[in-house]
Every structure is written in structure tokens, then in C-alpha cells.
Design a protein around this ligand. Structure first.
Ligand code: SF4
Length: 339
């Protein structure tokens, strides 16, 4: 029987077997989607429409969010919904101002789905990349957009399993002549990674009873600082040093990394993919927890996992807070849940 795996499943398998068991073996999904995932989906949708159809990302984000509010507003904390709405609008406004100059490429496809055979196995690897682009010299790249609280360290892509696997899979698809508008002998150079910080530029505070703006260093942009000066009818000349500093400093709310990868890196990625697949498809796989702050902080299964650890029955939590993909929860035994 053919099995299909995704990067998310591999990542869960390597991160915590119990998480993998809940999600990929039992097919459990939280009834209320995690806040960060919802927000990430909305931003990705806005970027997809921006690069694919030239739509303004703020407008698309707003339309997506309105629709989401209509469908899910009663299940969510209203303040959280409002905060995320304001953050998304601000981020998309900033992105629309930043991207035209930073985008030195032509987008050929957005949200492209692939499925390729895993070498030496009976399985396939499936996923979706954010896009494929061609740079000004004619080379092809895959696109990856990421929302994050803080931008990662500069060489993070050397250790990024997701984008190397996606590049390998897309290179396979191109070589098989399956990617429209890209010749089958084209080589993908690497990944164009765009980081979008989930934070808005701050406005400087009024000080001395409103007589002037604070010159204390804050996370902001030239445009926001200048707009605040003008909004209070102050003279920009009085803030020249701050404005010059902001102008000469690189933007820290968005970042673009171009990361090239060669043939050898892709070969290693394919070998590691096949090894992971074979491990995941073994007859009997021991399921154990890998509990630590990094893994558990944002895990959807914290509650049942913690209860099970204390010897409690997790059946009720699973039945009230989760659904099962493709079957009813009654088919999932508590023994399987705890295995
Ligand atoms: S809470 Fe931690 S240990 Fe439990 S399933 Fe999630 S990641 Fe694993």
C-alpha cells in the first residue's frame, strides 16, 4: 500500500512520538484551531493573492478575517480576535510598502502543491510551497514566507529541513516536466525566504506634558516616526538625528534571505527523507513523549498529555475538545490514545 507523508508529519515524528501518535496515527484535531495557525493562514492567503493576482494584501486580509469572524467569532476570545485583526492589518500595510522594492523577482506560481516519489520506497512526499519565482538573471527559486515573533539568526536556512525538502521535491517535479512554464532542464537555485515579524512599528511617546516626542530608541520605522511628528504638528527638523538613524538602519520588520543550495545538499535531503519514511512505516513503533518546554509550550495536546501523565482518563477531553479526521471519535479507543 502506498503511503504519503508530509513535512509536518516528519517534523512531529521527530519532535515527539506522542504528538505524532495523536495527530498522524489517530488523526485527532483540536476543535478550536490554535490562534497562531489561524493568523498564519490569513497572512499566507493575503500574500498568495498579492503575488498571484496583484491584490492589495490589506484588503485580502480584511476580507479573510471578516469571513472568519462570521464563522468562528463565538468560539474565540474577542480581545484576541481584535488584537490579531489590528496586527494583521498593520503587518500587511507595512508589507505592501516594503515589498515592491525588495521583490527582485517575477512570481511564476503561488501556493503550488507537489507530490513526488520517495527514492527507494513505496511512499510519496506531498506538500505545498508558497511559490516559485524567477530572478532578474533568469534563475528559478522556491518561495517561502514565514510569520515569526523574532526574525531568526542569519544562517538559519543552513539548518532548515522544510525548505531543503521542498526544493528537492520541486526539483524532481521540474525534471519530470510537471511544472507549467518551467523547462524540465531548469535548475532551482534555492529558496527566497521572507520573514514577517508579528509586531507593529511603535509610535514614539509624548513627553514633557506633550511638548515633544520621546527620542528613546524604539522598534519603529522612519515613516511611522515621521507621521507621528507631523500628526502632533512638531517640526521634523527637531528630530533630524532620530530620523537619520531610522533611515540609515535596515528595516527590521521584514527580512528577505536568498539561500542557494547545491545538488549534494538535495541528495542528502532525499536520503534523509527516505530514512525517516522507512522509520515511520515500521511495523511496531514505540510511542513515547519527548516533553520539554520547547516542544510542549504550543502543543495542542498539552491538556490530555498532562492528564494522562497523572494517571487520569483523557477520554472526555478528547471527545469534547478534538475531532477525528475521516472517522468518529468513537472508533478511537482510549488504549490507542494512550499507546
Ligand atoms: S505536550 Fe509535549 S510531550 Fe505531550 S504530546 Fe505534546 S509535545 Fe509531546
Amino acid at each position: 500500500m502506498k503511503h504519503t507523508i508530509s513535512y509536518s508529519e516528519i517534523e512531529r515524528f521527530k519532535r515527539c512520538r506522542q504528538l505524532w501518535n495523536y495527530t498522524d496515527q489517530l488523526g485527532l484535531e483540536p476543535l478550536v484551531e490554535a490562534r497562531e495557525r489561524t493568523f498564519g493562514t490569513a497572512i499566507h492567503h493575503a500574500l498568495d493573492r498579492y503575488y498571484g493576482f496583484g491584490e492589495h494584501p490589506t484588503r485580502t486580509f480584511l476580507a479573510w478575517w471578516d469571513n472568519y469572524l462570521r464563522e468562528c467569532a463565538d468560539t474565540q476570545d474577542q480581545q484576541v480576535l481584535f488584537d490579531d485583526y489590528a496586527l494583521g492589518v498593520g503587518m500587511m500595510e507595512g508589507f505592501a510598502a516594503w515589498a515592491p522594492e525588495a521583490d527582485r523577482f517575477r512570481v511564476i506560481h503561488t501556493e503550488y502543491t507537489f507530490e513526488v516519489a520517495i527514492p527507494g520506497t513505496d511512499g510519496t512526499f506531498k506538500g505545498r510551497i508558497d511559490g516559485i519565482a524567477q530572478d532578474e538573471y533568469g534563475s528559478y527559486w522556491i518561495l517561502e514566507h514565514k510569520t515569526c515573533k523574532n526574525l531568526p539568526y542569519p544562517d538559519h536556512l543552513h539548518f532548515d529541513e522544510q525548505t531543503v525538502l521542498y526544493q528537492w521535491a520541486m526539483q524532481e517535479s521540474v525534471a519530470q516536466g510537471r511544472v507549467e512554464y518551467i523547462p524540465s532542464d531548469a535548475r532551482l537555485e534555492g529558496v527566497i525566504w521572507t520573514g514577517l515579524r508579528k509586531v507593529l512599528p511603535k509610535r514614539p511617546e509624548l513627553v514633557e506634558r506633550g511638548k515633544r516626542l520621546s527620542r528613546v530608541k524604539i522598534a519603529t520605522t522612519y515613516e511611522v516616526y515621521l507621521a507621528t511628528i507631523l500628526a502632533h504638528n512638531f517640526d521634523p527638523a527637531d528630530y533630524q538625528a532620530v530620523l537619520l538613524e531610522l533611515q540609515s538602519n535596515p528595516d527590521t520588520f521584514f527580512r528577505r534571505d536568498w539561500h542557494m543550495r547545491g545538488r549534494r545538499e538535495l541528495e542528502i535531503a532525499a536520503w534523509e527523507l527516505a530514512a525517516a519514511y522507512q522509520e515511520m512505516r515500521r511495523e511496531s513503533i514505540p510511542v513515547y513523549r519527548t516533553a520539554n518546554r520547547f516542544n510542549c509550550e504550543r502543543c495542542d495536546f498539552r491538556e490530555p498529555c498532562q492528564l494522562a501523565q497523572k494517571g487520569g482518563h483523557i477520554d472526555t477531553i478528547l471527545r469534547t475538545a478534538f475531532s477525528v479526521r475521516d472517522q468518529t471519535l468513537d472508533d478511537v479507543t482510549e488504549e490507542a490514545m494512550l499507546s
